[in-house]
Structures are given as C-alpha cells and as structure tokens.
Design a protein around this ligand. Structure first.
Ligand code: B12
Ligand code: SF4
Length: 463
C-alpha cells in the first residue's frame, strides 16, 4: 500500500521562493504535521512525503498511490484542492486534515473524499484501516490528542534540502488572542510531551539546527516554567549539541535560571509576539498578558540577549487603533526595544478565530471570494478592511516599516552590535539579509495584490 503525504505550496508566499533568494533556504521549514502522520502510520504502508515548498513533482510520473493525505494552512487551501483534483481524477482517494480542514470542514469536504478535523493521533490508524478496506468515511474527528500519544516524527523521511530540523514539545495555549487559531485548534490546556520522548526525538534529528514549533515553549504558569527547566536540564544532560530557535511569550525574560538553562541547552533565538505598541492595542487583540507586571520591553529584550539568545520581535499592522505612520512607529519601537529581527504582519481574520467572527459580522472581510481568495490569507497581504488604513496605505505602512528597519546601514549596525557582544553575529546577519531580500520579492506581490483588489472592488461597484 502506497501513501503520499503532501504539503501544498502557495506561490504567493515569498519565503518559499528558494531559487529567487538563497537566503530563504534558512526560512523554509519542514512540514512536521506530515512527519508526525508518518510516525503514526504502520509498516504495510510505504510513505512518500512531498513538500511542494522545495519542489513540485510531476505527480503523474510518480507511481500511483493508494491513498493521498494532504495538510494545509488556510493559505495553502487553493493549491491543496488543485492537488486533490489531480489525484481524484485518477481514482485515488484523498484525505485532507490540519488547521484549514478543521476550521472549514464543509468547504474542504467538497474537494476531497474525506476530511479529518482536529489532531490526528487518535484517529489516523482508523482512517488508514478504512482506506485499506475501501470504506473511507466523509469525515473523522480526532479532537485533542493525549499528549503522550504523539509519536516520534519520521525525521528520516525528509532529511535533505532544509537548513533546520523541526520538533514539537508542547501543544495548546491558554491566552486565546483574538487573531490566533491556536487556542481554537489545540485547546487552552497547555499539554507537555514527556521529556524522555522529546530528548529521544531530538537525538533522531540529523540537522544541527532545529526549529521548536511550539507556540509557547515555556507556557504561562509556574508549573509550565518548571517543566521547561526540566526539559532544558534533560537536553543538557543528553549533550544534544543542537542549536535551536523557538517561540515564547515575553515572560521568557523574567527568570534568570530559565534563560541560563535554555542557552545551555542550545537556544539561540526566540520569536516573541509584541504585536502592538500600546496597552490599548494589546487590549484590542486580547493579549493583556504582555502588560503584566508593568513590563519594560526594552529591559526584557536585553535580559534575553545577555544570555546570548537573539530576539525576533513580531508586530501587527491593521488594528482599529492603527493610524497612518504606524509602519515607521513600529520600526522605531522595535529598534528601541533592540530586537535583532523584526517580523511585521497584517491583521488577518483567519477562520475559527474571534477576529474572524467579529470582522465577518461587521462585513470587513475585504477579500471573500473563497476558496480562491484564501491564497491571500498569508498575513502578508491586507485582506481585511481596516479602520484607518486602506489596503494601499496599509501596504505603504508595511513597506516603510521594512525599509526603515532593514536598511543596509541598520543591518550592518546590528551585526556589529552582535559581533561586539559575541552574540551570534552570523545568525543575526543571515536572518536580517533573508528578510531584506524578501522586500524585493514582496514589491511584485504587492503590485499584483493591489491590482487584484481594485479590479475586484471596482468591478463589484460597477455591477
Ligand atoms: C511551524 C509553523 C509554521 C512554519 C511552517 C512549517 C510547515 N511547513 O509546516 C512557518 C514558519 C513556515 C509557518 C508559516 C506560516 N504560518 Co504557521 N505555524 C506553524 C506552527 C507554529 C506549528 C505548526 C506545526 O508544525 N505543528 C505541529 C504539527 C504536528 O501539528 P499540526 O500541523 O497541527 O498537525 C496535526 C493536526 O493538524 C493534524 N493534521 C495536520 N495535517 C494533516 C493532514 C492529514 C491528512 C491528517 C489526517 C491530519 C493532519 O495531525 C497533526 C498531528 O496531530 C503553527 C501553530 C500550531 N500550533 O500548529 C502555525 C500556524 C499553522 N501558522 C499559521 C499561519 C497563519 C502561517 C502563515 C500563513 C503566516 C505567517 N506569515 O506566519 C505562514 C504560511 C506559509 C504558507 N506556506 O502559506 C496559522 C495557521 C492558521 C490558518 N488557519 O491557516 C497557525 C495555526 C498559527 C496561528 N497563530 O494561528 N508556520
Ligand atoms: S498569539 Fe501566541 S500567545 Fe496568543 S493565543 Fe496564539 S499562541 Fe497563544
């Protein structure tokens, strides 16, 4: 029995353009969901994982599979349906799962033979069994998995072509920010994998550098943080010799012992969502957690960096509070905080989030010709109607922010600072150059987007 597991690409996402910008090699990450599904798949099945972000194969030239499993974020849904159609035309049954299938089950059901919602651990063996007996059901629900049932991912099936390996150590997030799908999908309960499982899996990863995909590696409560420390101690003890980057909330900065252990266990960078510039903004998006303890963000960033851990700061453009000039203001604040890299995204109503419900009910989805418009839901296009910014001006804000933060003199200044502090100057430089190289690619994507937006809306007005 032959199983293909496919990660569809979205041609509009500039980071997948590995050929156009070689720096993107450092930003194309492995589809861990498919490696976990492979880990749940018993031996009679022969598995091929296809990551279209690296290369789109000629599917017809490949041996015919008995079953195809597709994963997709919302932004990949269009391409997922194209791939599904190709296989279904040849009589191959197609199953789709992941975040988009979970949030838009009915839509997905129109394009595939079977939709799997939720996490796969508790349901995938049954899906495979039904597929083998020709009795696939139109839908299955995996719900939330028992965290100890998460199998080791099959890292051996995708062990070339990427700069980083990938691993997951926890699932879920209690914070439930309005724009984020994680709490709706993985639940508010923070679930932590058994530490020996994580350490063993780390040891099975070939790459020296690894992305820890957890949405919040350390959690929010003292018992979460105690577990994170135990994990780091076990990683140090196992002498893994890996360097890794992760996502965390800003409370990462608050515990010296945690920072020391993380750095010793191989942490080289952390991605932190600052999101917006003011307490009112944090209130608007439901992330008041960032305000606890009257936080000084600049001091927090410095505390992390003093442990030789780089900080990527993430912000959003498009809040109701955001007025013209927001792009430059974000760039300035990010420089004041002293972050090593800046990642700015447009506020995007993703299905299943509170923001989606709110914007839909207020008729503020700017692009809603679904499924075709999903390809713009990458967070890099202004797909919604913002209170004080038109789509064109939102793009201008993004461009001015990026140009300000990623000007060549500022990149070199940051690299010199990192060199002076002996704080991974090379990693920081590669990260900065990778972002900068995408400014050029984004220019074309923005022009096409604006043309599409105006064509759509002007023609609607004309009818
Ligand atoms: C790592 C990551 C990335 C990596 C991608 C790596 C990759 N190739 O997969 C990078 C950084 C590149 C990335 C990019 C983006 N990401 Co991202 N990312 C994540 C993150 C943090 C972890 C994903 C992961 O590996 N999870 C671990 C695996 C094991 O879990 P899983 O994917 O959920 O898979 C389980 C189930 O879903 C299910 N399943 C999944 N697929 C399938 C398929 C079948 C057939 C079956 C049966 C089951 C099944 O079984 C698995 C095991 O239980 C998630 C948050 C999260 N918690 O999931 C956000 C998340 C998926 N990303 C998100 C977004 C929005 C994006 C971007 C659009 C925006 C951006 N700029 O960041 C881009 C999209 C790029 C694109 N190509 O279009 C959103 C997606 C929301 C949505 N509705 O689409 C999430 C949920 C975060 C959020 N804040 O809301 N991302
Ligand atoms: S944005 Fe981060 S902190 Fe907020 S709900 Fe999502 S994962 Fe949790």
């Amino acid at each position: 029995m032959r199983l293909y597991l496919i990660n569809p690409s979205n041609p509009l996402v500039s980071i997948v353009k590995v050929r156009e910008s070689r720096w993107n090699r450092y930003r194309v990450w492995k589809p861990l969901s498919l490696m976990v599904l492979a880990g749940l798949t018993p031996p009679p099945w022969e598995i091929l994982i296809v990551d279209e972000n690296l290369q789109v194969p000629d599917y017809v030239a490949l041996p015919r599979p008995d079953l195809v499993g597709i994963t997709a974020f919302t932004s990949q849904a269009n391409r997922a349906y194209e791939v599904a159609a190709q296989f279904r035309q040849r009589g191959v049954p197609v199953v789709m799962g992941g975040i988009h299938a979970t949030m838009c089950r009915d839509e997905v059901g129109q394009h595939v033979d079977s939709v799997v919602t939720g996490e796969a651990e508790g349901i995938w063996p049954q899906v495979l069994d039904d597929a083998r007996h020709g009795s696939l059901k139109p839908s299955y629900d995996g719900g939330l998995a028992e965290i100890s049932d998460v199998p080791p991912a099959r890292h051996d099936l995708l062990d070339g072509g990427y700069a980083l390996g990938a691993i997951q150590t926890t699932r879920g997030c209690p914070l439930n920010c309005s724009f984020c799908s994680v709490t709706a999908f993985n639940g508010a309960r923070y679930r932590q994998r058994p530490i020996p499982d994580v350490v063993r899996e780390f040891q099975s990863i070939r790459e020296k550098r690894v992305l820890v995909v957890d949405d919040n590696l350390i959690g929010t409560r003292p018992d979460h943080i105690a577990r994170a420390k135990d994990l780091f101690r076990a990683m140090i003890q196992a002498n893994l010799r890996k360097e890794w980057i992760a996502q965390a909330t800003i409370n990462f900065a608050d515990d010296k012992e945690l920072l020391t252990l993380a750095a010793k266990a191989g942490c080289r960078g952390v991605f932190i969502g600052f999101e917006t510039l003011s307490p009112e903004g944090l209130k608007e998006i439901g992330k008041k957690f960032n305000l606890l303890k009257g936080r000084d963000f600049r001091a927090s960033v410095r505390r992390i960096q003093r442990h030789n851990i780089l900080v990527v700061g993430s912000f959003i453009i498009g809040l109701d509070l955001d007025t013209p000039g927001i792009g430059i203001r974000i760039a300035k604040v990010a420089r004041q905080y002293g972050v090593d890299n800046l990642n700015v995204l447009f506020l995007t109503p993703l299905p299943g989030t509170r923001l989606w419900d709110q914007m839909k009910s207020q008729d503020r989805l700017g692009l809603d010709a679904f499924p075709s418009d999903w390809k713009y839901y990458t967070l890099t296009f202004p797909v919604a109607r913002y209170r004080h910014l038109s789509p064109d001006s939102a793009i201008e804000e993004m461009i001015s922010c990026d140009r300000n933060f990623y000007s060549l003199p500022r990149i070199l200044g940051r690299a010199a600072g990192n060199l002076w502090h002996r704080s991974h100057p090379l990693i920081s430089l590669v990260g900065n150059l990778s972002y900068r190289s995408n400014l050029r690619l984004n220019g074309t994507a923005y022009a096409n987007f604006k043309e599409y937006w105006h064509h759509r809306h002007d023609s609607v007005k004309g009818t």
